[in-house]
Design a protein around this ligand. Structure first.
Ligand code: FAD
Length: 480
């Protein structure tokens, strides 16, 4: 890795004047966690991390950097895992962390909105909504450390997308600092606004390549007063999709989460994570974990779920089922799902695919992907799980037993290609949640149509003509 490129003294002095001493970090130890991501796939370098305390400060920082031609990597909680939040190894970019901008500006219970700064931790926003007897439904494994600005920039999804949508559906307005330092105040709270292009959508999922999100207005919902969590062993993979359809219609679409786990996932979670146990006595191949919620405590939702699942059992679709009876049981069941990710780590290398296909194609996808994996790396062990209510499978593949971890991981792109070819042939997406970052930029160039790529490059040029906003991320170069 190269040593970070030195910044002009004038720029450092200017930045210091804007954000003050506490807003500038150059100490190597303090910067270290900002230069590497959790999986360790990317390790970057940077001369400086800047932490502005307000939108105006972000704007001044960007203006100074634009004048000096110094590129910027916006960083939230650094949990997105595809290299988007990490600077390149050459050390030319500064990191702009939003962590000091963590205020909830307003909760409006009549508008059902919450206005927040970009550096708010997701969990704190959920809590602020709950304190006002409202629900902010975005929920994901990293919610204790990811920031709403990062959630917006990656169009995060998570477990409740099935009912409430992803960030594209949950954001009503954004405030953004553009690449020349101007502030776009798009903090609207309107449900209807047909005044031309929906500009906010360009920044949602933009991964910091078009501007820096500094604040947002988010949608709130009534807080469910009764929730039912159930875990089912299901007779087959197509049966899991059938069950999803039945609980959706049976409950009048009150299902907020519907997660699939293959047997191998449960095995790893139970084997490696203390406190996790299979709730069933018998072993089954396919499991669904679901949650439904209603607005009233005495809504009858539990009885409805029991009825739907009982009918599915009579028909042989569901082989066994457990409905959580207590808060502890709810936690235990969801703990299994969370432990599926951690449980894979002690088994060695894991090659990931964060993909989506139409819900109706999930079973066919998992079957075909299994064959492709076996053909490409015999003995590699698929561990498919995920938010299949949204057609989103985390198709992780654990190394063969006894294989060399590094040699296995060296085949990452080869295996990705085999699996992604199937995804794309089924009309799916090679990135359902985590984004493109650096990790999938080459694949985006391969799989996106030339017309779509041309449009993306033009948008990037229009918003960031000098290429200082997270350069080298998401949008493939023209020569790709
Ligand atoms: P970062 O990783 O810091 O940044 C992500 C990208 O956004 C980068 O390109 C960065 O430059 C840019 N960015 C950050 N902040 C801003 C800003 N204010 N303005 C402009 N650009 C910005 N994701 C899901 O969608 N669903 C899940 O279920 C899910 N589960 C996860 C579970 C675990 C255990 C982990 C580790 C991750 C999971 N993720 C999931 C991925 C990750 O949490 C999300 O992508 C999250 O939205 C990233 O937020 P962040 O603040 O960490 O962003």
């Amino acid at each position: 890795m190269d040593a970070p490129a030195p910044l002009p003294d004038r720029l450092i002095a200017g930045l210091r004047a804007v954000v003050g001493e506490r807003g500038i970090v150059t100490d190597a130890a303090e910067m270290a966690p900002h230069l590497v991501e959790m999986r360790g796939l990317y390790k970057g370098a940077s001369p400086l991390l800047v932490r502005p305390g307000s939108t105006e400060e972000v704007a001044k920082v960007v203006k100074l950097c634009a004048e000096a031609g110094v590129p910027i990597v916006p960083q939230g909680g650094n949990t997105s895992l595809c290299g988007g939040s990490i600077p390149f190894e050459q050390g030319r970019e500064i990191i702009l962390s939003l962590s000091r901008m963590n205020k909830v500006r307003e909760v409006d219970t009549l508008d059902y909105t919450i206005t927040v700064e970009a550096g708010c931790i997701l969990q704190n926003i959920q809590q602020a909504a709950a304190d006002a007897d409202r629900l902010f439904p975005l929920s994901l494994g990293a919610e204790g450390s990811c920031q709403i600005g990062g959630n917006i920039a990656t169009n995060a999804g998570g477990i409740n997308t099935l009912r409430y949508g992803n960030m594209r559906d949950l954001v009503l307005g954004v405030e953004v600092v553009l690449s020349d330092g101007r502030i776009w105040d798009g903090l609207r709270r309107l449900r209807k606004d047909n005044t031309g292009y929906d500009l906010k959508q360009l920044f949602i999922g933009g991964e910091g390549t078009l501007g820096i999100v500094t604040a947002a207005v988010l949608k709130l919902f009534p807080r469910p007063k009764e929730e039912v969590t159930a875990m089912c062993a299901v007779s087959s993979l197509p049966g899991v999709v059938d069950l999803l359809s039945r609980v959706r219609s049976g409950t009048g679409d009150q299902v907020s989460a519907f997660e699939y786990m293959a047997r191998f996932c449960i095995d790893l979670a139970a084997k490696h994570i203390p406190g996790v146990r299979d709730p069933f006595e018998q072993r089954y191949e396919h499991y669904a974990l679901m949650r439904a919620g209603a607005g009233r405590a005495d809504s009858g939702l539990r009885e409805i779920m029991e009825e739907v699942l009982a009918t599915a059992m009579e028909e042989g679709l569901v082989l066994d089922a457990v409905l959580a009876e207590s808060e502890q049981q709810v936690k235990d069941l969801w703990r299994i799902r969370e432990a599926v990710v951690e449980g894979q780590i002690p088994e060695g290398g894991s090659i990931k695919h964060d993909v989506s296909v139409p819900v109706s194609r999930i079973a066919a996808f998992i079957e075909e992907a299994g064959k492709a994996v076996e053909k490409t790396i015999p003995g590699a062990r698929p561990c498919p799980f995920g938010h299949i209510g949204d057609g989103n499978i985390h198709y992780n593949v654990t190394q063969p037993v006894g294989a060399d971890k590094q040699a296995y991981l060296a085949r990452w792109y080869e295996l990705n290609e085999a699996v992604h070819d199937i995804v794309v042939a089924m009309g799916g997406s090679i990135s359902a949640e985590h984004g493109i970052g650096r990790l999938k930029r080459g694949e985006l160039a391969h799989y996106k149509s030339p017309v779509a790529l041309d449009l993306m490059r033009r948008i990037k040029d229009a918003f960031d003509p000098n290429d200082i906003m997270n350069p080298g991320k998401v949008v493939p170069d023209a020569e790709h």
